[in-house]
Design a protein around this ligand. Structure first.
Ligand SMILES: Cc1cc2nc3c(=O)[nH]c(=O)nc-3n(C[C@H](O)[C@H](O)[C@H](O)COP(=O)(O)OP(=O)(O)OC[C@H]3O[C@@H](n4cnc5c(N)ncnc54)[C@H](O)[C@@H]3O)c2cc1C
Length: 394
């Protein structure tokens, strides 16, 4: 088989890159090790920055998002018995975020790819990348017991944190930066109306909580739990009780509970590799970096990497600008590190750390009080939350 860009992974990064390149007349082949149903079964992100919304529109997969997505102009932070609003729209000159689940983004992208006839191979096993530093890179995979070879110009490693792409780079040419947090998020998905029109991030003595949503009838709530917690130990009733404890009383009183349709624990981690490229391989999204979900940045960072690689490849194929390829990693990393910083900071400010003493707790409350009490502080939160601008590729 032959293609111009071999894309490893059919998560949001791989599918969005594939759609944009297809629209630009560049051939792609997507290799995904799971089935489409498995990929769609993963409940993950739900807050899209303006930049990602614009990119989905550019890819032509915005019809359902624009119809069903909820535009949010702000969110609330609850702490110390108070609830303070961050007016995203007012503080950023009109920018907002869109509430639309990652599952829905992925479904729309899968359908668009099917409709345009661009090729994807699901259940592609044992994907291997070859000759990445040479002039003729290629990829092999196994399907129905046969090994298939795909010759290509470039490989986009969109295969997430556990994928093969990053592991195909020799360990001595990449540097890993990592922080693992001593807690995770226990999340519940339920068909209940949201307790509030906007998201509520809560800092409480018992730990962090988040009231989020996927639509006007489907909610996603989280509570911070310790890293060794087991999901089996959390009945729905126990979850709802714990969530109520961590919310301001008037919010807890309004909370409508119901049976969970999904419940899982996600560990929290900050992770970056540098550089994000090796020869003809470009790492995109979670393959290169992970953020704790507190700033709603994981999926959005994947989208900004996609935008950078897409714009570079279009200039390479249309104008022969191959020198731009060398810039991919440095352009991405400038934005990646700013989102890493924001996600780490929001995590530090909103969670209960097991080793925090009384002094540390007062400092945390004072930091929250200072940032939400000052217009400069609220603006800092707002401009990072709606997403920093994408760097143009000149
Ligand atoms: C539990 C959880 C909750 C999250 N919640 C949030 C949130 O609330 N907000 C937020 O912004 N972000 C969140 N994230 C992060 C967000 O979901 C990711 O940043 C996003 O999925 C990144 O997209 P991706 O396409 O780069 O990677 P992925 O979505 O991981 O997709 C990678 C794809 O590659 C495939 N693959 C892996 N290995 C191979 C291989 N060897 N060969 C072929 N295919 C392979 C995988 O099956 C997968 O389909 C969450 C992540 C997790 C895990």
């Amino acid at each position: 088989m032959q293609t111009q860009v071999a894309i490893i992974g059919a998560g949001p990064s791989g599918l969005l890159l594939g759609q944009l390149l297809h629209k630009a007349g560049i051939e792609t082949l997507i290799l995904e090790r799971q089935t489409p149903e498995y990929v769609l079964g993963r409940i993950r992100a739900g807050v899209l920055e303006q930049g990602m919304v614009d990119l989905l529109r550019e890819a032509g997969v915005n019809e359902r998002m624009d119809r069903e997505g909820l535009v949010h102009d702000g969110f609330e932070i609850a702490f110390d018995g108070r609830k303070e609003r961050i007016d995203l729209k007012g503080l950023t000159g009109g920018k907002t975020v869109m509430i639309y689940g990652q599952t829905e983004v992925t479904r729309d992208l899968m359908e668009a790819r099917k409709a345009c006839g661009a090729p994807s191979v699901y259940e592609a096993h044992n994907v291997q990348l070859h000759e990445l530093k040479g002039e003729k890179p290629y990829v092999t995979f196994e399907k129905n017991g046969e090994t298939v070879r795909v010759d290509c110009d470039y490989v986009a490693g969109c295969d997430g944190y556990h994928g093969i792409s990053r592991q195909s780079i020799p360990a001595d040419v990449i540097k890993v930066f990592e922080r693992v947090y001593p807690f995770g998020w226990l999340g519940i998905l339920a068909d209940t109306p949201p307790v509030n029109e906007e998201l509520i991030y809560a800092n409480h003595d018992r730990g962090f909580a988040l009231c989020s949503m996927r639509s006007k009838t489907r909610t996603r709530y989280y509570v911070q739990v310790s890293s060794d917690e087991k999901v089996e130990d959390w009945s729905d009733d126990r979850f709802w009780e714990e969530l109520k404890c961590r919310l301001p009383a008037e919010t807890a009183d309004q909370l409508i509970t119901g049976p969970s349709i999904e419940k899982s624990i996600a560990p929290l981690r900050s992770f970056v590799v540098e550089p994000m490229q090796y020869g003809h391989l470009f790492l995109v999204g979670d393959a290169a970096h992970i953020v704790p979900p507190t700033g709603a940045k994981g999926l959005n960072l994947a989208a900004s990497d996609v935008s950078t690689l897409y714009r570079i490849l279009v200039k390479v194929y249309r104008k022969g600008r191959t020198e731009l390829l060398q810039k991919y990693s440095e352009v991405c990393l400038r934005r990646v590190w700013k989102a890493e910083r924001f996600s780490w900071w929001m995590t530090s400010m909103l969670h209960r750390f097991p080793d925090t003493d009384d002094f540390g707790r007062r400092i945390q409350q004072t930091e929250l009080d200072y940032f939400v009490g000052s217009e400069a502080g609220r603006t800092t939160i707002a401009e990072n939350y709606v997403g920093l601008p994408y760097e143009p590729i000149e």
